[in-house]
Design a binder for this molecule. Structure first.
Ligand code: BDR
Ligand code: CA
Length: 315
C-alpha cells in the first residue's frame, strides 16, 4: 500500500530536491499535500519555491499550503548565506503555474489528520517544526492519526551547523521541536551525522546533469550552488544533501542504519539552545522516543535519486 504523506518544508535547495524525489515516486508515495514554513528563507519564498517544484514535476494534483511565517516563540532566523537570496539559487526561476491554496497549512494538517484513521498519515518535516507543533498544540487529538514522523533535524557526533551545538531546523524553532519530539508517535530523525555522508560530489552532479530534463537540470544547478558554500565550510567534496534523506528512507529503508533511543531538545540554555541530546548509549533512563539514523549507503542514495529524476520528461 502507498504511504500517505504530508511534506512540511522550507525550500531550500535540499527541500526542493526532496520534493522532486517524492513527486517522482507515485507508486510508493501518495503526497496528499505540501505545507511550507518560514526557515531557510521567508514564507513567501518557501511556498513559491514549493510550487515551482510541483510545476517542474508536472504534479499539479498536489496542493501547496503556506503556514507559519515565524517560529512559535523566537524571532525567525533565515539562512540566505547557505541557500542564496531565493532559497533555491542555482535553479532557473520562473513564475509557477501551480496556485497557492487559500487554507493555512496548519488548518490543512489538522483537517487532514482529523479525517484520517488512527496511525494513517506520515509527516515528513524538513524545515523548522513550527507548523507541525502548532497543529499538535491547537488540536492534540490529531497526534493519534500519525503513523510516523520522518524528519530532518538534529546533530550528535557532527556537532551543530548553526551554533556549535545546534542544527539549523531545531535551532530555528526549539520550542516546536520540543513539542514534536515529545508527541509519543514514532519518530525517525535524520540529523547531520547521516546527512553529512551524502555528499553531492562533482561526479554525482554530472550524472544528474546528463539526464537532460528540466527537473534534473534544476537539481544539478541547485547542487552546484549549494556545493560552493558547503565545500568551503566543511572542506568536503560537495554539499551534504540533508532533506532528501527523509524521502529516500521511505522509498528504500535498507539504505539506512539507526538506533532507537531517547532524543530531548534543549529549549532554555543560551549556550546550547536547539541542541538535540541523543541518548545513544541509553545512559539517561529517559524513555526511547525516536530512531536516530547514523549511517547511509551514499552510492545507493544517489543511484535512487538519479534514477527517480530520470523519470521526468519535459512537456
Ligand atoms: C537543514 O537546514 C536547512 O538549511 C536545510 O534545508 C536542512 O533542512 C540542515 O541543517
Ligand atoms: Ca530544509
Amino acid at each position: 500500500m502507498k504511504e500517505r504523506i504530508i511534506i512540511d518544508c522550507d525550500p531550500g535547495q535540499d527541500d526542493a530536491i526532496n520534493l522532486l524525489l517524492a513527486l517522482s515516486s507515485p507508486d510508493e508515495l501518495d503526497v496528499i499535500g505540501i505545507t511550507t514554513v518560514a526557515g531557510n528563507v521567508p514564507l513567501q519564498l518557501t511556498e513559491r519555491n514549493a510550487r515551482m517544484m510541483c510545476d517542474l514535476a508536472g504534479r499539479s494534483d498536489v496542493p501547496v499550503f503556506a503556514g507559519c511565517s515565524h517560529p512559535m516563540v523566537r524571532p525567525l532566523k533565515t539562512a540566505e548565506n547557505v541557500h542564496g537570496k531565493t532559497g533555491i539559487d542555482g535553479a532557473e526561476l520562473f513564475e509557477p503555474r501551480q496556485p497557492l491554496e487559500s487554507r493555512h497549512a496548519v488548518d490543512f494538517i489538522i483537517d487532514t489528520l482529523l479525517d484520517a484513521d488512527d496511525a494513517a498519515i506520515t509527516l515528513v518535516p524538513t524545515g523548522p517544526l513550527t507548523n507541525i507543533a502548532t497543529a499538535f498544540h491547537r488540536n492534540p487529538s490529531v497526534i493519534a492519526k500519525i503513523k510516523r514522523i520522518v524528519l530532518m533535524g538534529g546533530a550528535m557526533r557532527e556537532g551543530g551547523n548553526t551554533t556549535p551545538s545546534a542544527e539549523f531546523n531545531i535551532f530555528v524553532d526549539p520550542q516546536a521541536a520540543g513539542i514534536v519530539f515529545s508527541c509519543g508517535r514514532p519518530i525517525i530523525a535524520m540529523g547531520l551525522d547521516v546527512t553529512h555522508q551524502v555528499l553531492a560530489t562533482a561526479g554525482r552532479i554530472a550524472r544528474i546533469k546528463a539526464l537532460r530534463n528540466r527537473a534534473a537540470r534544476a537539481t544539478a544547478g541547485m547542487l552546484e550552488f549549494f556545493s560552493r558554500h558547503d565545500s568551503t565550510k566543511y572542506g568536503a567534496d560537495g554539499a551534504p544533501l540533508h532533506d532528501p534523506c527523509t524521502v529516500a528512507l521511505l522509498l528504500k529503508p535498507g539504505l539506512f542504519s539507526g538506533k532507537h533511543c531517547n532524543i530531548a531538545i534543549e529549549t532554555q540554555s543560551p549556550l546550547t539552545l536547539g541542541h538535540t541530546a541523543v541518548d545513544f548509549w541509553g545512559v539517561s533512563g529517559r524513555p526511547k522516543n525516536a530512531d536516530w539514523i547514523y549511517a547511509v549507503d551514499a552510492d545507493g542514495f544517489y543511484e535512487l535519486l538519479t534514477g527517480r529524476l530520470a523519470r521526468f520528461s519535459d512537456r
